[in-house]
Design a protein around this ligand. Structure first.
Ligand code: FES
Ligand code: CO
Length: 326
């Protein structure tokens, strides 16, 4: 068994939209750990997806009352992982104390279920440096399954000079590809860029071309955001990207978009636009070599406009992230 990543194991990872977990247990994967999620009357629970009796995934079982029942011989576990019933034991026989499932920290907030497979560094999961703004219109996008390492997915989101090529006609125009010089600032372990200006033919799917002012923030290794302000207006758009590292080469991207304009427009406009962008990025990130993000800065070529990617790779290296990196 390989050890869990020393940094990522203690973070809260988004694993599922709250609305998607109903009656049946769900099998998920966090940092290569197979986990079963289930919902009881007192909330959501995450256990190692393995019955200690004969190694059957608990996710094949059923939720009964507030407990999960293994599909093979009916051993029943509560949300803390304690085995409360072994149907084949004669009545009055004590349940062996070793009959337990490993329980993980599990919380539900912002409409998302979160799991931490280590010791959570924060009491509650957080989104970005400030969290969602209640005065903005919010819309979730995804989750998107991506066959790529989480750091590759994050770095793609932080890459400003791909907008004019991968998303030409939507987020950029190859006739306007130059990137202004910008700096990356570090404060409290987070990274933040200066403003980067990009001409955008159609920045959000509504078909209106504008000059956009971008700033990016890296909150932790797999949680980042960008803000776009339309030049000469007060229209602001935030996009949070939260990436679940399922295993070293597959990830799930959750996105929350919020805006202080066009609040009455239907969410579907923004979701279907993001779905297209995601497919365009997928083609790139699922084919990058090496699959794992190289943290040795000599390994690939970098330009000034890649400052944020360089800062991101340094941050991963200095904080000791190994999962999904090379
Ligand atoms: Fe789960 Fe036997 S394997 S009850
Ligand atoms: Co992209």
């Amino acid at each position: 068994m390989t050890a869990l990543d020393p940094v990522l194991k203690d973070l809260w990872h988004p694993v599922m939209m709250s609305a998607a977990l109903t009656g049946a247990p769900a099998a998920i994967e966090v940092l290569g750990e197979k986990v079963v999620l289930f919902r009881s009357s007192d909330g959501v629970h995450a256990l190692k997806d393995l019955c200690i009796h004969r190694g059957v995934p608990l996710s094949l079982g059923k939720v009964r009352g507030d407990e999960i029942v293994c599909a093979y011989h009916g051993w029943t576990y509560n949300g803390c992982g304690t085995c409360t019933r072994i149907p084949s034991l004669p009545q009055g026989t004590a349940i062996p104390s070793k009959a337990r499932a490993v329980a993980y920290a599990c919380k539900e907030t912002y409409g998302i279920i979160w799991v931490c497979v280590g010791n959570p560094v924060t009491e509650m999961p957080e989104i970005g440096l400030r969290g969602p703004n209640p005065d903005f219109a919010q819309v979730y996008m995804g989750p998107y399954e991506i066959s790529a390492a989480a750091p590759r997915v994050v770095e793609n989101f932080l890459d400003v000079s791909h907008l004019m090529y991968v998303h030409e006609g939507m987020l950029g125009d190859s006739e306007y590809s130059e990137i202004n010089d910008y700096r990356v600032h570090e404060a409290d372990g987070a990274l933040r860029t200066d403003i980067i200006e990009v001409y955008q033919p159609d920045p959000d799917g509504r078909g209106v071309g504008v000059q956009s002012l971008y700033t990016y923030e890296v909150y932790h290794p797999v949680s980042v955001s960008l803000s776009k302000q339309i030049a000469g207006s007060d229209d602001i758009f935030h996009l949070y990207l939260l990436v679940l590292p399922k295993n070293e080469t597959s990830s799930v991207a959750f996105m929350l978009m919020e805006r202080n304009y066009a609040k009455d427009e239907p969410d579907e406009i923004f979701i279907s636009f993001q779905d297209i962008l995601l497919e365009q990025d997928r083609l790139i990130v699922e084919n990058q070599k090496p699959e794992l993000l190289p943290l040795d800065l000599q390994a690939e070529l970098h330009l000034k406009c890649d400052r944020l990617a360089i800062a991101y790779r340094k941050m991963l290296k200095e904080s000791g992230v190994t999962f999904g990196t090379a």
